[in-house]
Design a protein around this ligand. Structure first.
Ligand SMILES: Cc1cc2nc3c(=O)[nH]c(=O)nc-3n(C[C@H](O)[C@H](O)[C@H](O)COP(=O)(O)OP(=O)(O)OC[C@H]3O[C@@H](n4cnc5c(N)ncnc54)[C@H](O)[C@@H]3O)c2cc1C
Length: 489
């Protein structure tokens, strides 16, 4: 006799899949999570370095105080106190050689919190700074529809059209595009960048947090415990190779690599786009969103870890001023982040973003270039002893948000009965990130509950923008409404 169908199968044990499964377990379902890797956590996983015994992440990550859904998951699994928050008002320190420019958030109504830091930066003229004003005023008023209408063009073209000077583009926007969007401006969707900018200038408070220990330890073990405590199951080393379909074409289960078929009342595919494409049913090839999956090109990273034998800095987090010929973007000294590590020598880790431009480099060359870039800021890095080094080559951190992709981020309902999508790249209204992934997981849980006849709100909506950004947005909406009314009378 065949086994009764499971409540729900979640394919993928990253942030999105685990968030969905925990939310469903908390509502009385017994999810089965299938994760291909031996380690849970996906692109936010971590492990113990076998030479030093230190926890290291796939690559250093930051969290923001606005990560409402991801932080809700941490609350649920009891690890929110494992986030180390940078002390306000510090946001990020930009370094150029040994010169530091600190970008902090002043206690002013949005969009002004960054204004004092921007005005204090002597490397850009006032005229260049003012050239960004028109764009900022406009970004404060744009609606989601207007954002999506920008998706057919690249961000560099938009900035130039809006009169931002080349110097301001080079100094500010090139960094934001690479650090947040993970691609250069000329291939970044203007929609993706403007949606992020509206949020950046829309909030009074934005703190940066880091994991106190392994990143995956923040959410993976606690999620597995919560799922199993509810009678669910988490299988690692278990890859799905396809979906089982009913005669009517709905998804009614998952087929595993060994041939086992697990039937379920609902399936959540919490996978990256290329991974979903690999197991999608051939008959879906011309259907949206499956027909678009190949457009979501992976953005590769190198993350380098350097164990020095002395303390190089007391700073926790900084980034290089953008230069297209640089390898690394952001730097972290874990000895100044992890609690109780204050007296340890520096363990510096870095992210080289969109790194296929340096794909031919050997690990040794990456380590040498990383050390040389670090030494421009902290000269002792060139001469003190390097005890150990690791390079993680990561095929995909997020998808490249190229023009055309922002409007193709798919909804959670896949269009195929019984199949729901989750993942940082789905339509969450947020950039691809741990927050986007957690929100998509909660949204997928909502869809599964609705299918089972138990509708409930689970995901947390992001706080609306505040201060003058909100006021300007409302005035602009009122003016748009008025013009529409006048046009029809
Ligand atoms: C180096 C680096 C730095 C980053 N920096 C930041 C940052 O600072 N802040 C931030 O918020 N985000 C950052 N990100 C992005 C963030 O990690 C991701 O957005 C997030 O983890 C994506 O989660 P996900 O669950 O959507 O996807 P994934 O984590 O990719 O989860 C998908 C899971 O599915 C599994 N899988 C694939 N195929 C199958 C199959 N056939 N069967 C079963 N399982 C399968 C995979 O192994 C994986 O575990 C960074 C990412 C990297 C790599």
């Amino acid at each position: 006799m065949s086994e009764p169908p499971r409540d729900v199968v979640v394919v993928g044990g990253g942030v999105a899949g685990l968030t969905a499964a925990v939310a469903l377990a908390d509502r009385g379902l017994r999810p089965l999570v299938l994760e291909r890797s031996r380690l849970l956590g996906g692109r936010a996983r971590s492990w113990v370095d076998d030479v030093t015994g230190d926890p290291i992440h796939i690559g250093p990550h930051i969290m923001l105080s606005q990560y409402q859904n991801f932080l809700a998951l941490l609350d649920r699994v009891g690890t929110r106190d494992k986030v180390v928050w940078q002390k306000a008002p510090e946001f990020i320190t930009m370094v150029e050689g040994q010169r530091e420019v600190s970008m902090g958030l002043a206690d002013l109504p949005p969009p002004m919190p960054f204004l004092p830091s921007v005005l204090a930066d002597k490397s850009v003229s006032l005229a260049d700074k003012l050239s960004n004003f028109r764009l900022t005023a406009w970004a404060m008023t744009i609606t989601e529809d207007e954002v999506l209408a920008l998706d057919d063009r690249d961000a560099l073209t938009l900035l130039r059209e809006m009169g931002v000077t080349e110097r301001y583009i080079e100094r500010f926007w090139s960094f934001v595009s690479m650090a947040i969007m993970n691609v250069p401006l000329e291939i970044c969707s203007a929609a993706a960048l403007m949606r992020f900018y509206r949020r950046l200038v829309g909030h009074r408070r934005c703190e940066v947090g880091f994991a106190d220990g392994g990143l995956g330890d923040l959410f993976a073990p606690g999620s597995a415990r919560a799922i199993e405590a509810a009678g669910g199951e988490v299988r690692t080393g278990a890859a799905a190779r396809g979906f089982a379909l009913s005669e009517g074409g709905d998804v009614e289960g998952v087929e595993l690599d060994g041939g086992e078929v697990v039937r379920a009342r609902a399936v959540v595919a919490a996978l990256a786009p290329q991974e979903l494409l690999a197991i999608a049913h051939p008959s879906w090839g011309s259907l949206s969103p499956f027909a678009d999956l190949a457009l979501f090109e992976p953005c590769p990273y190198f993350s380098t870890y350097l164990w020095f034998d002395e303390k190089l800095t007391r700073r926790a987090f900084w980034a290089r001023v953008y230069d297209k010929d640089d390898l690394n973007c952001d730097f972290y000294d874990l000895s100044n982040i992890h609690r109780g590590w204050e007296d340890r020598p520096s363990l510096v880790c870095t992210n080289a973003i969109w790194c296929h431009r340096a794909a031919g480099l050997s690990d040794r060359e990456i380590i040498e270039r990383t050390r040389a870039e670090l030494a421009e800021y902290l000269p002792r890095a060139a001469t003190c002893k390097l005890r150990h080094a690791v390079v993680n080559r990561i095929p995909m951190a997020i998808h490249c948000p190229k023009p055309g992709t922002e409007s193709r981020r798919p909804p959670i309902a896949s269009g195929i009965g019984g199949l729901y999508l989750a993942g940082d790249w789905t339509k969450t209204g947020y950039p691809s990130s741990m927050e986007g992934a957690a929100r998509s997981g909660f949204l997928a849980a909502e869809h599964v509950l609705a299918q089972l006849g138990r509708p409930e709100r689970v995901a947390i909506d992001h706080d609306d923008v505040e201060g003058f950004t909100r006021l300007f947005g409302r005035v602009a909406a009122w003016r748009r409404g008025l013009s529409r009314e006048l046009a029809t009378t």
